[in-house]
Design a protein around this ligand. Sequence first.
Ligand SMILES: C[S@@+](CC[C@H](N)C(=O)[O-])C[C@H]1O[C@@H](n2cnc3c(N)ncnc32)[C@H](O)[C@@H]1O
Length: 300
Amino acid sequence: MEIKRQVRDFYDSVGWKEIAEGLYQNARYEDLRPVMREYVHRCHQRLKRHLSSRGGLFLDAGSGPIQYPEYLEYAAEFRYRVCLDISEVALREARRRIGARGLFVVGDVTRIPFKPSAFDSLTSLHTIHHLQLSEQESGIRELARVLADGGRGVIVYSWGERSPLMQLARLPIAIAQAVRRSLAGEMSRQGEASGDLTANRSVRAELIGRPGTFTFHHDYRWASANLSDLPGFEIRVWRSVSTAFTRALVYRALLGRLWLAVLFRLEDLAPHWFGRMGQYPMFLIHKLPGHPGAGEERRA
Ligand SMILES: C[S@@+](CC[C@H](N)C(=O)[O-])C[C@H]1O[C@@H](n2cnc3c(N)ncnc32)[C@H](O)[C@@H]1O
């Protein structure tokens, strides 16, 4: 409970603080440079392929303020998007975005206050990793519990330091960061970081001064050993490279856009391999009618 309280306080007082029009402090964890735009956008769209396309209730667990425009599309054909979050600030911001199309519930993903099969589809991005390791399985099972028969759900997770690809990239990242630091003056003159959040000095000082909050990461072995019995469970790639990787190694002048387009194509060709090896996997759940547990009472 203490960790959850600290996570909530962090998002209430720091993470969901607006630092520019429509941009939150939390966006420091995203690489927002123009060279990244297409790749990031396509990864957001990739998630949508695995959701149900329409229905009554859509659950966004750990919704935050629904901070990126692509997120809006996930529930566009649903009657209501139910935003569940422990942060009231997040929910207030989410209400500013979607108003009457949303229902806003302060709650904990490990104890979702809805009956089984309440939602036609659901997603949860970058939230399960805020739970302690011992609670993450129950959080994911809670999401499966509230998904309706026939429904599809997508959970975006991070292997953290345990991503084998990003482990291999550690040395190149460190070298690139060192080079970048030594060229910092030159690079800022050339505007290399234009569009990057951290390009603005006063914002940068403010952001760097704020420590993040708790995150905990299991590895692929844990997920396949503990979650494979969930209906229609699959691990696929959402995005295989970390923000540290792209900030260090992806530049427009070094054909960054082209490399990312190739990477995206490769991820699509081998989604399970990249899901296992890369930074951010998606956990897919698909409850076919007739799976064990089907037919339980549907509405809260
Ligand atoms: C990294 S943010 C992600 C927000 C949003 N899903 C996104 O991708 O932009 C994590 C969100 O999960 C929420 N959260 C953390 N622990 C939670 C819990 N146990 N139950 C519900 N929400 C939680 C936080 O308050 C925060 O809004």
